[in-house]
Design a protein around this ligand. Structure first.
Ligand SMILES: [Zn+2]
Length: 342
């Protein structure tokens, strides 16, 4: 990136109300057939416009063409039966009725490649595309076939790698893998979570990122955070192994989080997407609040490696709030950029 402190969002943005019911996850589409396909592209154009207007440097699709950050990818794989549902605990936090793995999983066709090509055609800005990470995918399913979280993760990594290579060919500059599960299953992360992620990025020449957050601002997550005590040291468990990995960028939750900022020292050398926008509140940060978080992060990450971002996706927020938060992010980054450049 040519510009210091390039801004981006973690991924999802609210959808327009004519496309899907706002402020809910897994919201059903309001259009169908060709109308839906066109509606998704129009929503993507809007999302891009709002990011550019707010001053976001690295653009994403705002996940306008997917219902959910994990499920939509899995829907395109074979071996998963969406009608055969079982109740499991997701991230050890809440129960959900989920699809079942009933046979070998594999990617039959491209999932987001057309959408990425469309986004690429709409802007000359650097673009980032988010995919779910293998461990978070495993944690969102009932597995009656492999009966091994690790084995299933390796299969998902293969499918993700096929998709990632085609996204790169479509002109994506940064491919991001969302791994909120990295904040929960530490032994597995160190055992096979990061290894499967490295399989997913195998052979890529574009930049790669892993997004590790404390989740969307939904009740199950905010309730869970209340149980984590005064200091959140979850990142400490996975950073040493992550620092040694081939992943270029680590995307973290920092704004209003009880994460001790000095933990970032453990991934020294990596680029860090510092979450300077809280997605669990509708209160819009002031540029100065954003700047304060970025200044704190600068103690532990070199300026050329600092990428101001949001804590997580903003899909569940009202659109005007998401817009305000993107503007605050860009304005806060501008304050600190000026200080750094002198
Ligand atoms: Zn997140």
């Amino acid at each position: 990136m040519a510009r210091l402190l390039p801004t981006s969002t973690a991924g999802s943005l609210p959808k327009p109300s004519w496309l899907a019911e706002p402020e809910v996850l897994w919201s059903p589409w309001k259009l169908e057939g060709e109308g839906l396909a066109e509606g998704k592209r129009d929503a993507l154009r809007l999302a891009l416009h709002e990011q550019r207007h707010a001053g976001i440097d690295i653009a994403s699709d705002g996940e306008q063409s997917r219902q959910h950050f994990v499920t939509t990818f899995i829907e395109h794989l074979s071996g998963v039966d969406f009608n055969q549902r079982e109740t499991v605990r997701i991230r050890d936090r809440y129960e959900a009725s989920v699809p079942s793995v009933v046979g070998e999983v594999s990617r039959q066709k491209p999932v987001f490649v057309e959408d990425a090509r469309f986004l690429r055609g709409q802007t000359d800005q650097p673009i980032k595309w988010a995919l779910p990470g293998p461990m978070t995918m495993v944690d969102t399913l009932y597995d009656g076939h492999y009966k091994s979280r690790e084995k299933l993760a390796w299969e998902f990594a293969k499918a993700l790698n096929e998709e990632a290579r085609e996204l790169e060919a479509a002109g994506v500059d940064i491919i991001q893998f969302d791994e909120p599960a990295f904040n929960v299953f530490f032994d597995e992360v160190n055992d096979w979570g990061i290894a499967t992620l490295e399989k997913a990025i195998d052979g890529l020449t574009c930049e790669t990122a892993v997004h590790i957050c404390y989740g969307y601002g939904i009740k199950a997550n905010t309730d869970w955070k209340k149980t984590l005590g005064s200091e959140w040291r979850q990142y400490e468990e996975v950073f040493p192994r992550l620092q040694k990995s081939n992943i270029d960028i680590v995307s973290l939750e920092c704004q209003n989080a009880r994460v001790p900022m000095e933990l970032i020292e453990l991934i020294r050398g990596k680029k860090v997407m510092v979450g300077a926008i809280d997605v669990a509140t509708q209160e819009i940060e002031t540029p100065e609040e954003v700047a304060a978080t970025l200044r704190k992060a600068l103690q532990f990450v070199d300026a050329e490696n600092l990428y101001p971002s949001t804590n997580c996706g903003m899909a569940p927020l009202p659109r005007h709030v998401a817009r305000g938060k993107m503007q605050a992010l860009a304005a806060g980054a501008a304050i600190v950029r000026k200080e750094v450049e002198g």
